[in-house]
Design a protein around this ligand. Structure first.
Ligand code: SF4
Length: 455
């Protein structure tokens, strides 16, 4: 069978949306929005709408605000443009006025129309499944089953899939795995340049991709800045304090010794992003919300330190995205499917690859950096305490920064390729995820999550 090219865009990997979870917040919001559009397109005016959350969405959705996300989607709100304050106040608003605008009229909806179906049914099409139903006077008008498949991507059972919009023309630099990514990287001068060349296949008007990448970098910077100045305790009742401003303060006061300073600043950035994510702020999937701190922390610190220009920034984004595309194709970016190795592991690999390319590494060195970043996260479980994307997630991102930083250095000084390729480690990650017990895949029924049971 011929190897089919990977048809994903850079902006499929970097998506702006509200925290705390791409699979439990952004994806479900997209799914119910699509359901609303379909209903309105079919001219259906339901008397009420109900959303049933199953699998991991039911197990940890309360901590991730999945109920708020699906209701926001039913309102027609989009992750990229949602007003964070309106989003934060949505449940109170619907408790006061249980109705939402729908076409030319209104549909009754209460926050209790989101049903948490924990346990029981195990033969789900995906660990993150939701069923949306619109009711009329005589019963169900429309029912759809959606899967949130990681990184904010969704798939409707028996229907459309938003994971891969079709390109307008064949990609200029086709690749189908890590090895072929390195080869086209050599032909185009760098992996980032090759991936960017491919983006033309999706571009509807000149400058569209560059503007999208600029928006991603701006969102990274905004998120870091907001997180560095925001203090207090994160929502959810776990009592986790925001630590980004404190770490920055220690750095500015000279309390962090010199040999830690560079990495500590990038780690403060990662805290900032993941604390914003935990608070429901706007972040960028990189490749998911839970693992959204590592890539921007490394990239923005490198940009400021190395004086990187716009074109090099775009290439670095594309390099990181290229690694995530390979992982998404042969394994998964979803903690509910393969554990945290798919989220923080992939983010570490993306950041290590981008940093290596920014520092002038060859495509081989970039691949080695990504492989090291992923290899040393193999087996990492997903066990968020109380289903909140706070502990271990926030600190785990800061540690991911350290690993990415080191992986780039090791790759740049490796003196040749190692014995494990990126393709090999991605396949091992998938097998390890398949072997992992479901308790360790975003159910909050294993690991740290049960060491801190809900009171
Ligand atoms: S433990 Fe990892 S995979 Fe699980 S929610 Fe936290 S960051 Fe995501």
């Amino acid at each position: 069978m011929p190897n089919l090219p990977i048809l994903l865009r850079v902006l499929d990997i970097f998506r702006i949306g509200p925290g705390p979870s791409s699979s439990h917040t952004v994806g479900p919001m997209r799914a119910t929005r699509r359901f609303r559009e379909r209903c309105i397109g079919l001219g259906l005016v339901p008397s009420r709408v109900e959303v049933e959350l199953l699998g991991s969405l039911a197990a940890t959705g309360r901590g991730h605000g999945t109920d708020r996300a699906v209701l926001a989607g039913l309102l027609g709100w989009e992750p990229e443009t949602v007003d964070p304050d309106a989003f934060a106040g949505l449940m109170e608003r619907l408790d006061r006025v249980p109705a939402i605008p729908w076409g030319a009229g209104y549909v009754a909806i209460r926050t209790t129309d989101v049903i948490w179906r924990r346990g029981g049914k195990r033969d789900l099409p995906h660990p993150n499944t939701l069923v949306v139903r619109a009711y009329g006077d005589r019963g169900v008008l429309l029912e759809e089953t959606w899967c949130s498949i990681g990184g904010g991507f969704v798939r409707r059972e028996g229907g459309e899939n938003d994971a891969a919009p079709a390109p307008l023309s064949p990609p200029i630099a086709p690749f189908h795995d890590g090895d072929s990514l390195v080869e086209i990287g050599k032909q185009f001068g760098s992996i980032g340049a090759a991936i960017l060349a491919n983006e033309a296949a999706w571009e509807r008007h000149p400058g569209e991709v560059a503007a999208g990448l600029d928006a991603v970098v701006a969102a990274f910077e905004r998120c870091i800045a907001r997180g560095l100045r925001s203090r207090g305790v994160l929502p959810g009742g776990l009592g986790v304090r925001r630590r980004a401003p404190e770490l920055l303060e220690s750095l500015e006061a000279g309390r962090v010794p010199d040999f830690w300073r560079h990495i500590a600043l990038a780690q403060a950035y990662a805290y900032a992003v993941n604390e914003e994510n935990a608070a429901g702020g706007l972040v960028v999937t990189a490749p998911t919300n839970g693992a959204s701190g590592i890539f921007p922390a490394v990239l923005i610190e490198a940009m400021r330190r190395l004086g990187v220009d716009r074109a090099a920034m775009h290439r670095a984004l594309a390099t990181g995205a290229g690694i995530a595309m390979v992982v998404k194709t042969y394994a998964s970016l979803s903690g509910a499917e393969v554990g945290c190795q798919g989220e923080v592991g992939t983010a570490t690999a993306m950041a290590a690859a981008a940093l290596t390319e920014l520092l002038g590494g060859s495509p081989d060195a970039v691949e080695t950096a990504a492989e090291i970043g992923l290899e040393h996260n193999l087996g990492l479980t997903c066990d968020p305490i109380r289903g909140l994307v706070q502990a271990p997630c926030i600190e785990r991102n800061a540690m991911g920064v350290a690993k990415a930083w080191s992986a780039a250095m090791l790759a740049l000084n490796a003196g040749g390729k190692g014995i494990v390729s990126l393709d090999k480690v991605v396949r091992v990650m998938k097998r390890t995820g398949d072997d992992m017990m479901r308790e360790y895949k975003e159910t909050s029924e294993g690991g740290l999550a049960v060491a801190f049971p809900e009171c």
